[in-house]
Design a protein around this ligand. Sequence first.
Ligand SMILES: C[S@@+](CC[C@H](N)C(=O)[O-])C[C@H]1O[C@@H](n2cnc3c(N)ncnc32)[C@H](O)[C@@H]1O
Length: 255
Amino acid sequence: MSSSRSFTPLSREVVDAHGPWFQNFHIDGIQTAPGHPLGNYPDAYFQRFAHAFPADLTGWSVLEIGCNAGFYAFEMKRRGAAHVVAIDSEPLYLRQARLLADRFGLDVEFQERSVYDIGGLGQRFDLVLFMGVLYHLRHPLLALDLLRQHAVRRRLVFQSMLRGSPAQTAWALDYPFADRTPFDNPAWPRLHFVEHRYAGDSSNWWIPNTACAEAMLRSAGFTVIDRPDQEVFVCAPAEDAVRHPLPRALEDGRA
Ligand SMILES: C[S@@+](CC[C@H](N)C(=O)[O-])C[C@H]1O[C@@H](n2cnc3c(N)ncnc32)[C@H](O)[C@@H]1O
Protein backbone atom coordinates (compact mmCIF):
# COMPACT_ATOMS: atom_id res chain seq x y z
CA MET A 1 0.00 0.00 0.00
CA SER A 2 1.53 3.32 -1.00
CA SER A 3 1.48 6.25 1.39
CA SER A 4 -0.65 9.23 0.40
CA ARG A 5 1.26 11.60 2.67
CA SER A 6 2.42 14.68 0.83
CA PHE A 7 5.51 16.64 1.78
CA THR A 8 7.44 19.64 0.59
CA PRO A 9 11.01 18.79 -0.40
CA LEU A 10 13.63 20.62 1.64
CA SER A 11 15.56 23.38 -0.10
CA ARG A 12 19.18 24.40 0.42
CA GLU A 13 17.90 27.71 1.84
CA VAL A 14 15.75 26.00 4.49
CA VAL A 15 18.54 23.60 5.47
CA ASP A 16 21.07 26.43 5.74
CA ALA A 17 18.63 28.54 7.77
CA HIS A 18 18.48 25.68 10.31
CA GLY A 19 22.29 25.33 10.55
CA PRO A 20 24.97 24.85 11.58
CA TRP A 21 24.42 21.07 11.46
CA PHE A 22 26.42 18.38 13.26
CA GLN A 23 24.71 15.31 11.82
CA ASN A 24 24.82 14.70 8.08
CA PHE A 25 21.58 13.66 6.39
CA HIS A 26 21.16 13.08 2.66
CA ILE A 27 17.76 14.41 1.78
CA ASP A 28 16.13 15.83 -1.34
CA GLY A 29 19.53 15.91 -3.04
CA ILE A 30 21.02 17.95 -0.17
CA GLN A 31 23.54 17.04 2.53
CA THR A 32 23.07 18.80 5.86
CA ALA A 33 26.70 18.53 7.10
CA PRO A 34 28.81 17.41 4.15
CA GLY A 35 32.04 18.64 5.75
CA HIS A 36 31.75 16.57 8.94
CA PRO A 37 35.27 15.65 10.12
CA LEU A 38 34.18 12.02 10.63
CA GLY A 39 32.81 11.74 7.07
CA ASN A 40 29.20 10.71 6.52
CA TYR A 41 28.42 10.86 10.23
CA PRO A 42 26.54 9.32 11.95
CA ASP A 43 25.21 6.98 9.25
CA ALA A 44 28.59 5.43 8.34
CA TYR A 45 29.45 5.04 12.04
CA PHE A 46 26.07 3.49 12.87
CA GLN A 47 26.60 0.76 10.24
CA ARG A 48 29.38 -0.64 12.46
CA PHE A 49 27.01 -1.53 15.30
CA ALA A 50 23.48 -1.29 13.86
CA HIS A 51 23.19 -5.08 14.27
CA ALA A 52 23.24 -4.63 18.05
CA PHE A 53 19.75 -3.09 17.97
CA PRO A 54 16.72 -5.36 17.60
CA ALA A 55 15.55 -5.14 13.97
CA ASP A 56 11.96 -5.09 15.21
CA LEU A 57 11.26 -2.72 18.09
CA THR A 58 7.50 -3.14 17.96
CA GLY A 59 6.14 -2.53 21.44
CA TRP A 60 9.36 -0.93 22.76
CA SER A 61 9.48 2.56 24.21
CA VAL A 62 12.69 4.43 23.40
CA LEU A 63 14.41 7.47 24.88
CA GLU A 64 17.33 9.15 23.15
CA ILE A 65 19.37 11.57 25.26
CA GLY A 66 21.41 14.18 23.38
CA CYS A 67 19.54 13.43 20.18
CA ASN A 68 20.99 16.29 18.13
CA ALA A 69 19.16 16.35 14.77
CA GLY A 70 17.49 13.04 15.57
CA PHE A 71 19.45 10.45 13.56
CA TYR A 72 19.21 7.59 16.08
CA ALA A 73 15.67 8.48 17.17
CA PHE A 74 14.55 8.23 13.53
CA GLU A 75 16.34 4.88 13.13
CA MET A 76 14.54 3.50 16.20
CA LYS A 77 11.19 4.77 14.97
CA ARG A 78 11.80 3.11 11.58
CA ARG A 79 12.34 -0.15 13.46
CA GLY A 80 8.80 0.12 14.74
CA ALA A 81 9.29 1.51 18.26
CA ALA A 82 5.92 2.43 19.70
CA HIS A 83 6.91 5.61 21.48
CA VAL A 84 10.15 7.48 20.84
CA VAL A 85 11.09 10.45 23.03
CA ALA A 86 14.26 12.36 22.14
CA ILE A 87 15.77 15.09 24.29
CA ASP A 88 18.56 17.59 23.83
CA SER A 89 19.61 20.67 25.76
CA GLU A 90 20.30 22.69 22.61
CA PRO A 91 17.28 24.32 20.89
CA LEU A 92 19.11 24.70 17.56
CA TYR A 93 19.44 20.92 17.20
CA LEU A 94 15.82 20.35 18.21
CA ARG A 95 14.67 22.72 15.44
CA GLN A 96 16.67 20.61 12.98
CA ALA A 97 15.19 17.40 14.40
CA ARG A 98 11.62 18.70 14.13
CA LEU A 99 12.21 19.86 10.55
CA LEU A 100 13.42 16.39 9.59
CA ALA A 101 10.70 14.54 11.52
CA ASP A 102 8.14 16.53 9.59
CA ARG A 103 9.88 15.85 6.27
CA PHE A 104 10.23 12.09 7.01
CA GLY A 105 6.72 11.82 8.46
CA LEU A 106 8.06 10.18 11.62
CA ASP A 107 6.25 10.58 14.91
CA VAL A 108 9.04 11.32 17.42
CA GLU A 109 8.46 13.44 20.52
CA PHE A 110 11.33 15.94 20.78
CA GLN A 111 11.82 17.83 24.04
CA GLU A 112 14.27 20.49 25.15
CA ARG A 113 15.58 18.89 28.30
CA SER A 114 18.94 18.18 29.92
CA VAL A 115 20.02 14.69 30.92
CA TYR A 116 20.08 16.04 34.49
CA ASP A 117 16.30 16.50 34.24
CA ILE A 118 15.29 13.06 32.99
CA GLY A 119 13.48 12.39 36.25
CA GLY A 120 10.96 14.95 35.02
CA LEU A 121 9.95 12.65 32.16
CA GLY A 122 8.19 10.58 34.79
CA GLN A 123 8.61 7.27 33.01
CA ARG A 124 11.10 4.52 32.22
CA PHE A 125 11.92 3.36 28.71
CA ASP A 126 12.63 -0.12 27.36
CA LEU A 127 15.62 1.23 25.45
CA VAL A 128 17.69 4.31 26.26
CA LEU A 129 20.35 5.66 23.90
CA PHE A 130 23.05 7.79 25.52
CA MET A 131 25.54 8.35 22.76
CA GLY A 132 28.21 10.99 22.39
CA VAL A 133 27.07 12.94 25.44
CA LEU A 134 29.03 11.74 28.51
CA TYR A 135 32.24 13.61 27.65
CA HIS A 136 30.25 16.85 27.25
CA LEU A 137 29.12 16.74 30.88
CA ARG A 138 30.68 18.33 33.93
CA HIS A 139 28.97 15.68 36.09
CA PRO A 140 29.14 12.42 34.14
CA LEU A 141 28.55 10.00 37.04
CA LEU A 142 25.51 11.96 38.17
CA ALA A 143 24.06 11.55 34.68
CA LEU A 144 24.64 7.78 34.70
CA ASP A 145 23.13 7.48 38.19
CA LEU A 146 20.05 9.38 37.03
CA LEU A 147 19.70 7.13 33.98
CA ARG A 148 19.76 4.07 36.22
CA GLN A 149 17.37 5.55 38.77
CA HIS A 150 14.82 7.09 36.43
CA ALA A 151 15.07 6.03 32.80
CA VAL A 152 16.35 2.56 31.84
CA ARG A 153 13.97 -0.38 32.03
CA ARG A 154 15.60 -3.01 29.76
CA ARG A 155 18.61 -1.77 27.77
CA LEU A 156 21.00 1.15 27.68
CA VAL A 157 23.14 1.74 24.59
CA PHE A 158 26.03 3.91 25.69
CA GLN A 159 28.71 5.41 23.46
CA SER A 160 31.60 7.65 24.36
CA MET A 161 34.75 9.03 22.85
CA LEU A 162 37.52 7.05 24.56
CA ARG A 163 41.15 8.07 25.00
CA GLY A 164 44.13 6.42 26.66
CA SER A 165 44.75 2.73 27.04
CA PRO A 166 42.14 0.37 25.53
CA ALA A 167 43.38 -2.44 27.83
CA GLN A 168 41.04 -4.17 30.24
CA THR A 169 42.71 -5.65 33.27
CA ALA A 170 41.36 -7.41 36.33
CA TRP A 171 41.96 -5.27 39.40
CA ALA A 172 41.90 -6.17 43.09
CA LEU A 173 38.92 -4.97 45.11
CA ASP A 174 41.23 -2.98 47.37
CA TYR A 175 44.86 -1.83 47.67
CA PRO A 176 46.94 -0.79 50.68
CA PHE A 177 47.36 2.96 51.13
CA ALA A 178 51.11 2.70 50.45
CA ASP A 179 50.68 0.90 47.14
CA ARG A 180 50.80 3.46 44.35
CA THR A 181 51.57 1.06 41.52
CA PRO A 182 48.02 0.73 40.12
CA PHE A 183 47.95 4.46 39.40
CA ASP A 184 51.03 4.18 37.21
CA ASN A 185 49.39 1.53 35.06
CA PRO A 186 47.82 3.10 31.91
CA ALA A 187 45.06 0.49 32.03
CA TRP A 188 43.82 1.72 35.45
CA PRO A 189 40.33 3.26 35.01
CA ARG A 190 41.05 6.87 34.13
CA LEU A 191 38.83 9.87 33.42
CA HIS A 192 40.86 12.57 31.67
CA PHE A 193 39.88 16.10 32.64
CA VAL A 194 39.90 18.65 29.81
CA GLU A 195 40.62 21.99 31.40
CA HIS A 196 40.54 24.07 28.22
CA ARG A 197 39.65 22.41 24.91
CA TYR A 198 39.98 19.12 23.13
CA ALA A 199 39.55 19.02 19.34
CA GLY A 200 38.74 22.73 19.43
CA ASP A 201 35.64 22.02 21.53
CA SER A 202 35.34 23.67 24.96
CA SER A 203 32.27 21.54 25.74
CA ASN A 204 34.49 18.46 26.20
CA TRP A 205 34.98 17.99 29.95
CA TRP A 206 35.87 14.39 30.82
CA ILE A 207 37.13 11.66 28.49
CA PRO A 208 37.38 8.13 29.89
CA ASN A 209 39.63 5.29 28.84
CA THR A 210 37.92 1.97 28.11
CA ALA A 211 38.30 0.56 31.63
CA CYS A 212 36.90 3.75 33.14
CA ALA A 213 33.84 3.80 30.86
CA GLU A 214 33.02 0.23 31.90
CA ALA A 215 33.75 0.89 35.58
CA MET A 216 31.52 3.98 35.61
CA LEU A 217 28.68 2.02 34.03
CA ARG A 218 29.08 -0.74 36.63
CA SER A 219 29.27 1.77 39.46
CA ALA A 220 26.01 3.34 38.29
CA GLY A 221 24.29 -0.07 38.39
CA PHE A 222 24.63 -1.38 34.83
CA THR A 223 26.01 -4.66 33.52
CA VAL A 224 27.80 -4.46 30.17
CA ILE A 225 26.41 -7.30 28.07
CA ASP A 226 27.86 -6.47 24.64
CA ARG A 227 30.54 -4.32 22.98
CA PRO A 228 29.44 -4.26 19.32
CA ASP A 229 32.06 -1.62 18.53
CA GLN A 230 35.05 -0.26 20.42
CA GLU A 231 33.20 2.80 21.79
CA VAL A 232 29.75 1.22 22.15
CA PHE A 233 28.49 -0.56 25.27
CA VAL A 234 25.15 -2.36 25.43
CA CYS A 235 24.03 -2.55 29.06
CA ALA A 236 21.25 -3.94 31.21
CA PRO A 237 20.29 -2.75 34.68
CA ALA A 238 22.29 -4.84 37.14
CA GLU A 239 20.34 -7.16 39.39
CA ASP A 240 22.35 -6.32 42.47
CA ALA A 241 22.15 -3.08 44.40
CA VAL A 242 23.73 0.09 43.08
CA ARG A 243 27.08 0.56 44.80
CA HIS A 244 26.78 4.32 45.20
CA PRO A 245 23.06 5.05 45.41
CA LEU A 246 21.97 8.60 44.86
CA PRO A 247 21.45 10.81 47.89
CA ARG A 248 17.78 10.98 48.78
CA ALA A 249 17.53 14.59 47.51
CA LEU A 250 18.46 13.43 44.00
CA GLU A 251 16.12 10.45 44.09
CA ASP A 252 13.32 12.84 44.90
CA GLY A 253 14.37 15.04 41.95
CA ARG A 254 14.96 17.96 44.29
CA ALA A 255 18.65 18.58 43.47
C1 LIG B 1 28.44 14.89 20.08
S1 LIG B 1 26.72 15.26 19.97
C2 LIG B 1 26.09 13.60 19.84
C3 LIG B 1 24.78 13.56 19.12
C4 LIG B 1 24.18 12.18 18.90
N1 LIG B 1 23.79 11.54 20.14
C5 LIG B 1 25.16 11.32 18.15
O1 LIG B 1 25.71 10.37 18.73
O2 LIG B 1 25.37 11.60 16.96
C6 LIG B 1 26.29 15.69 21.65
C7 LIG B 1 24.85 16.10 21.84
O3 LIG B 1 24.56 16.13 23.22
C8 LIG B 1 23.83 17.29 23.51
N2 LIG B 1 24.03 17.60 24.94
C9 LIG B 1 25.10 18.15 25.54
N3 LIG B 1 24.89 18.28 26.87
C10 LIG B 1 23.65 17.79 27.10
C11 LIG B 1 22.86 17.67 28.27
N4 LIG B 1 23.30 18.07 29.48
N5 LIG B 1 21.63 17.11 28.17
C12 LIG B 1 21.16 16.71 26.96
N6 LIG B 1 21.86 16.82 25.81
C13 LIG B 1 23.09 17.35 25.88
C14 LIG B 1 24.38 18.33 22.56
O4 LIG B 1 23.51 19.44 22.39
C15 LIG B 1 24.56 17.51 21.30
O5 LIG B 1 23.41 17.47 20.51
